[in-house]
Design a binder for this molecule. Structure first.
Ligand SMILES: Nc1nc2c(c(=O)[nH]1)N[C@H]1C(S)=C(S)[C@@H](COP(=O)(O)O)O[C@H]1N2
Ligand SMILES: [Mo]
Length: 195
């Protein structure tokens, strides 16, 4: 695929510049694959919000669930198209937390010690999800199960696998790769890979 086919749902070329489509789903991480039982799993949503909270697995599944199909673009130049996801919109989690007017950024952490950051307005896009199901099965541990974030309109490092915390911030705080030379904005259609 060369990107000259039909555009994606956001009107952008399906294949961003410098990417190639892969049939498989490669695994990229820091060399740690944390195993979190569903009994011990929790997600904390906190920071610059009126209503900080923590969710158990059951509470997370009780939130409104969505199904979506989106593409996954890794900065190392592979793209995996048309992934079928199920999960909760980041927007739903944010609305429940009631961000203060001063909240402009989020900082996410993972159970493996990873972190990444986004501007709040970017992560309220309808296709930014915390997913637990991929292609009709539980999200595999190596891809961030039980729950990871996906950011289809950003390079994939902006979505934390094994997500543990979502922290709303007034001041931007850079994450693991953003501190190590990856672009803070991470726009696939601008070839915006490194800073
Ligand atoms: N917690 C955590 N999330 C992470 C990473 C990581 O090492 N730890 N790697 C990031 C990077 S660089 C990419 S490309 C994608 C890879 O996701 P995948 O292994 O499911 O393909 O996850 C991102 N999220
Ligand atoms: Mo990556």
């Amino acid at each position: 695929m060369d990107g000259s086919g039909p555009p994606n749902r956001h009107g952008m070329p399906k294949l961003p510049p410098g990417q190639r489509e892969v049939p498989n789903w490669p695994v990229l991480d820091l060399g740690v694959k944390p195993i979190i039982s569903l009994k011990d799993w929790k997600l904390e949503v906190k920071g610059e919000v009126e209503n900080p909270y923590s969710l158990s697995w059951e509470e997370f599944l009780a939130l409104p669930q969505v199904s979506d199909i989106s593409d996954f673009h890794c900065v190392t130049s592979w793209s995996r198209m048309d992934n079928h996801w199920k999960g909760v919109q980041l927007k739903t989690l944010a609305q429940k937390a009631l961000p203060k007017p001063t909240a402009k950024f989020i900082y996410c952490t993972g159970y493996d010690g990873y972190s990444t950051n986004l501007r709040l307005e970017e992560c309220l896009d309808e296709d930014v999800l915390l997913v637990h199901t991929w292609e009709g099965q539980r999200l595999p541990i190596e891809h961030g199960g039980p729950v990871r974030m996906i950011t289809p309109r950003k390079y994939a490092w902006k979505g934390s696998k094994w997500i543990k915390e979502i922290i709303f911030l007034a001041q931007e705080q850079l994450g693991f790769w953003e501190l190590r030379g990856y672009s803070n904005t991470a726009e696939p259609w601008d070839n915006d890979r490194y800073s």
